[in-house]
Design a protein around this ligand. Structure first.
Ligand code: ADP
Ligand code: ADP
Length: 231
């Protein structure tokens, strides 16, 4: 469970201070599937960074699975992040000079998992996204949709409870976008909490709940009546 209570975030200080979030309160239960929408600069990425323990709020409280993250050191925060959260980005963020398989193994290297298990779990994750036959390819040899599938495999290989995806379909054509949403829907069906930042109503329509930001404020929070099936 993610409990965001009266969160504020200010970047910088003095005359150059930027208020990115103000008095945001939202609760997201385990197993939810949420789209975060709103214009550019409205605070979506800032919220995702706070939820993902990449950054801290300036004010308010964020409780992640009963732990107040304010009480955690930076090292403890990093440990929670690696254990609980998988990240997917618009620009894939794959290492260009190593294979898809090695990219997917990386988070497990940081988690200290042995070579054999790493390999097995990476192959299993790539198989899940339908890319077993591309595991020895470098990212430059893959299409955008394939790269994002590798990134999803990488995000789920440490079995996170939460997947955070910032504009994951922003660089993809509509067919590849659909395929990526199939992956997220399938993870959500298995109980993973999925949060997706998107500008596209079509993408948001695949989720179960849409929270909308404007100018640092949460201005709308509504249930999606009949989520689009991506299959
Ligand atoms: P969105 O994801 O909705 O486009 P952001 O969360 O990236 O919005 O940005 C919210 C506001 O905070 C914007 O005014 C942006 O310019 C500002 N901002 C974001 N990151 C930083 C940063 N690292 N330093 C200073 N200002 C920032
Ligand atoms: P998909 O629709 O599955 O994302 P595409 O139809 O775009 O894939 O690509 C078909 C094949 O062409 C892919 O399997 C990939 O190996 C190769 N390919 C696609 N885009 C590129 C690219 N930019 N550079 C190198 N190979 C590519």
């Amino acid at each position: 469970m993610l409990q965001i209570e009266n969160i504020g975030k200010i970047y910088g200080s003095g005359s150059t201070a930027v208020k990115a979030l103000e008095d945001v309160t939202v609760r997201i239960g385990n197993g939810e599937f949420v789209a975060v929408m709103g214009p550019s600069g409205s605070g979506k990425s800032t919220l995702m960074n706070i939820i993902g323990c990449l950054d801290r709020a300036t004010s308010g409280t964020y409780i992640l699975d009963e732990v107040d993250v304010k009480e955690l050191s930076d090292d403890q925060l990093a440990a929670i992040r690696n254990k609980k959260i998988g990240f997917v980005f618009q620009s894939f963020n794959l290492l260009p000079r190593i294979s898809a398989l090695k990219n997917v193994e990386l988070p497990m290297v940081y988690a200290g998992i042995g070579h054999k298990e790493r390999r097995e779990r990476a192959m299993e994750a790539l198989s899940r996204v339908g890319l077993s036959d591309r595991m020895d390819h470098n990212p430059s040899e893959l299409s955008g949709g394939q790269k994002q599938k590798v990134a999803i495999a990488r995000a789920l290989v440490n079995r996170p409870a939460i997947i955070l995806a910032d504009e994951p379909t922003g660089n993809l054509d509509s067919l590849s976008s659909e395929e990526i949403m199939v992956q997220f829907q399938s993870l959500n069906k298995e109980g993973v909490t999925v949060l997706i930042v998107t500008h596209e109503p079509e993408i948001a329509g695949h989720t179960k709940r849409i929270v909308t930001f404007s100018d640092g404020h949460l201005v709308r929070d509504h249930v999606v009546d009949n989520p689009l099936s991506a299959e």
